[in-house]
Design a protein around this ligand. Structure first.
Ligand code: TLP
Length: 347
């Protein structure tokens, strides 16, 4: 008997380069990108800057480095970064901005995971010799740890306007800005117009093996190039990676709508088969959050589902995240739900 296919909902970071992408890598023209001699990297950076309607872009190895650079563009030692507690830069980037830049995090709790303009306004410090200087707001779109929520353009615009009025920078962690754009129909350039700097990842829903971009005005991106080198992120024949990015922008962007539809189908199915210990959030993009009544239910569900070949991650003691992506088959949601149908198997 054939083993059941593993349905890997842990993250869209688990996607592997497709055959077409591997061919693009093999064909890529390359050079030493630290010397700015890699034509494929240059093309990707030009293409991305154009897509976002900004002056320049820089390819970096990871979303973590892209955000660190974004923060470094605005903050020196002792400068404060206002962000929601579940923002990736605060929650999942190893405290890098504090450790490496000396920036101070000022995390706020927003019930929805998305900071209101009012909460940012009241978090901005007065000019007082006792207090750190509020320098930067970091927003995330989609907001990962609260279930891939889409920040709408009007809200980002209002935050941007507050930041400009009060002299703060605004950095957008757009690791999944592609998903936000496809889900909301908002052009990437409309989001990018509201922020000083933006990071985005090629290595998540777009299916690339490696790569993120920092996007913004030319002088900032020129500084970003120096910071990248300082962090050890200058890459040599990175055209093989940039070729993946170019391929993904051409072939994998619009199809994110399929991932969103799969997430919606999965959420609906889970809502039907899981019992009252579970509550399923309706997804806004490619993530489904399942809230459980206690730690034990959560742990038993993650382990029990894994035994059924359904892989997912616990985001907290009581929250499970399932992420849809291009390496799942179109029937992955119905197959997962079918496997969970027997009460004994639910965890
Ligand atoms: N997120 C990963 C994990 O680290 C949680 C995931 O599986 O979702 N910003 C956001 C919003 C992210 O979700 C991630 C990765 C990053 C930045 C960091 O990107 P990488 O992993 O390339 O450093």
């Amino acid at each position: 008997m054939q083993a059941a296919e593993v349905l890997d909902f842990r993250s869209d970071t688990f996607t592997r380069p497709s055959p077409g992408m591997r061919e693009a890598m093999a064909r890529a023209e390359v050079g030493d990108d630290v010397f700015r001699e890699d034509p494929t990297v240059a093309e990707l950076e030009r293409r991305a800057a154009g897509l976002f309607g900004r002056e320049a872009a820089l390819l970096v190895p990871s979303g973590t480095m892209a955000n660190l650079i974004g923060i470094a563009l605005h903050c020196g030692r002792g400068d404060e970064v206002i962000l929601e507690r579940r923002t990736h830069s605060f929650a999942h980037e190893v405290g890098g901005a504090a450790a490496l830049l000396g920036a101070v995090f000022h995390p706020l709790d927003a019930p929805s995971g998305i900071l209101s303009v009012e909460s940012i306004r009241s978090a901005i410090r007065p000019a007082d010799v006792h207090e750190p200087i509020s320098r930067l707001v970091v927003m995330e779109n989609t907001a990962n740890l609260c279930g891939g929520k889409v920040v709408d353009l009007e809200h980002l615009r209002a935050v941007g306007s507050l930041c400009r009025d009060r002299g703060l920078g605004l950095h957008l962690d757009g690791a999944r800005i592609w998903n936000a754009s496809v889900a909301s129909g908002t052009p990437l350039s409309d989001y990018a117009a509201e922020v000083d700097s933006l990071s985005c990842c090629l290595s998540k829903g777009l299916g690339c093996p490696v790569g993120s971009l920092v996007i913004g005005d030319e002088p900032d991106i020129e500084r970003a190039r120096w910071i990248r080198k300082m962090l050890g992120g200058g890459m040599r024949q990175a055209g093989v990676l940039a070729a993946c990015g170019l391929y993904a922008l051409e072939n994998h962007l619009d199809r994110l709508a399929d991932d969103h539809a799969l997430a919606a189908e999965l959420a609906e199915g889970l809502g039907e088969v899981l019992d009252e210990r579970f509550r399923v959030d309706p997804p806004q993009s490619n993530m489904v959050l399942v809230h459980t009544d206690c730690l034990e239910t959560c742990e038993r569900a993650v382990a029990g589902w894994a035994a059924l070949g359904i892989l997912c991650l616990a985001l907290s003691d009581t929250t499970i995240r399932l992420v849809t992506h291009m390496d799942l088959s179109p029937d992955a949601a119905s197959r997962a739900v079918a496997r969970l149908q027997s009460p004994r198997e639910r965890g």
